[in-house]
Write a protein that binds this ligand. Structure first.
Ligand code: UD1
Length: 416
């Protein structure tokens, strides 16, 4: 199993290009199932999750052609509307094929994802939404079997805001008969990027980016050319790494407007931030100040940045509370940070973090994608060497992370 070894204590300096967003690329790739024409994507990040999604689509008969960050998907010959357990278990986002499959082929057989390290993560809202649109759904032997001659427009209220739930139903509704109203929908920028791509394919969608999305179904969708939006979580992760190490970095090909809460928190921690066009510059002098963080759906503070701010607080001046309201078990990184000397008490969904003046390198284990990012930042800050085991989680969501960090001066290498 591969590991990362990091010698801490070097402030990050320089310029780094931000990749396309994983959480936009995955649903947009699934949109290729909605049309017989080609979907030509650019700025697609080279990640394990993207490769898994491509393999899954190929198993269904979609033809994929990849050249660097460009990917063309042809759904014309797709004929096997099935997502097997061994793929869904490695990547929960595979559930995103469910809506498009029922909408275009009238049937789907998709494995239930099961739990994961950060919580139970059910998909009941995806299922209820499709049922409201007229799909017949049975769960048998761990698989969701869905059937519908043609889905019908419906009014659907989400009692919990769900990102992939909103995306799945938005894709299904694009080919349904009549108007669908998604209420209490997710407002995440990745939902907006998917809506933009669907509109380019001929879908009639409005209200994306607000909590009510209206979709008027059409008979057929066509191909499109679409560039994937920048990854706001990768952007935030590099900014926190620079702030924690007392560095000075510039992100290119990113967007500040979708990172507002994160930039505000970094400013509160003492960082100087300047955003111009598609660039964000951050400079940090001295030790960061503690900042309270409470995760909630967009535009509030993202749960995918919670672990990174935990480590920032762990070495900051003062004490802070970190409250996680989205996932019930997303503090797995706390145990590992304690091994480096962090002082963190956990009570239910709240952590009380008392900043220490230094962390010490140690061997640690990554448990999920964002927890891995937090341990990398911890390793960059800690005195001496930190070795992170199980970094396959990191490769699921961060493109060329050690190359990008090395370019910024970090002392990091992969042990095979
Ligand atoms: C997406 C993101 C993930 C991010 C999360 C929250 C992708 C591929 N992944 O995950 O990186 O951390 O949003 O911003 O975009 N829930 C239910 N029933 C459902 C669906 C969700 O109870 O049918 C609950 C979940 O357990 C969780 C909450 O709703 O507590 C939000 O989850 P959701 O927004 O659906 O997360 P994902 O879309 O899986």
């Amino acid at each position: 199993m591969q590991k990362l070894a990091i010698q801490g204590g070097v402030p990050l300096r320089g310029e780094v290009r931000i990749s396309g967003a994983k959480n936009a690329a995955l649903p947009i790739m699934c949109a290729s199932l909605l049309t017989a024409d080609a979907l030509q994507l650019s700025n697609v990040p080279e990640l394990h999750d993207v490769a898994t999604m491509r393999k899954l689509l190929e198993q269904m008969g979609v033809k994929a052609c990849v050249r660097g960050s460009e990917m063309s998907l042809y759904g014309g010959q797709a004929n096997k509307p099935e997502a097997p357990y061994d793929m869904v278990k490695t990547m929960r986002a595979a559930i995103l094929v469910l809506g498009p499959l029922v909408a275009r082929f009238g049937e789907a057989r998709v494995s239930l994802p099961g739990g994961c390290a950060i919580g139970s993560r059910p998909v009941d809202l995806h299922i209820k939404g499709l049922q409201a649109m007229g799909a017949e759904i049975h769960i048998e032997h761990g698989y969701i079997h869905a059937q519908a001659k043609r889905l019908k427009g419906a009014r659907i209220f989400f009692d919990i805001v769900s990102v992939t739930g909103t995306e799945n139903l938005m894709m299904a509704a694009a080919l349904a008969d009549g108007v669908t109203l998604l209420e209490n929908a997710a407002r995440e920028p990745e939902v907006v990027d998917l809506a933009r791509c669907l509109r380019e394919m001929g879908a009639k969608i409005s209200g994306d980016g607000t909590d009510t999305i209206t979709i008027t179904g059409v008979e057929e969708l066509n191909g499109a050319v679409h560039s994937i939006m920048p990854d706001r979580i990768e952007s935030g992760t590099f900014l926190v790494a620079a702030a924690a190490t007392g560095g000075s970095i510039t992100l290119t090909d990113t967007r500040a407007d979708i990172l507002e809460t994160v930039l505000e928190k970094l400013t509160e921690a003492g960082a100087q931030i300047r955003a111009e066009g598609d660039r964000i510059h951050l400079e940090m002098h001295g030790r960061p100040k503690s900042v309270n963080v409470r995760t909630a759906p967009y535009p509030a503070f993202p749960t995918d940045m919670q672990a990174q701010f935990m480590v920032l607080n762990a070495m900051a001046e003062g004490s802070a509370m970190v409250v996680e309201t989205i996932f019930e078990n997303r503090f797995m990184h706390v145990q590992e940070l304690r091994r480096l000397g962090a002082l963190i008490d956990v009570e239910g969904n709240t952590c009380m973090v008392r900043g220490v003046d230094h962390l010490e390198g140690a061997a640690v284990m990554a448990t999920d994608l964002r927890a891995s990012a937090c341990l990398v930042i911890a390793g960059l800050v800690a005195q001496g060497e930190t070795v992170i085991d199980r970094i396959y989680h990191l490769d699921r969501g961060y493109e060329h992370i050690e190359a990008k960090l090395s370019q910024l001066g970090a002392n990091i290498r992969r042990l095979k």
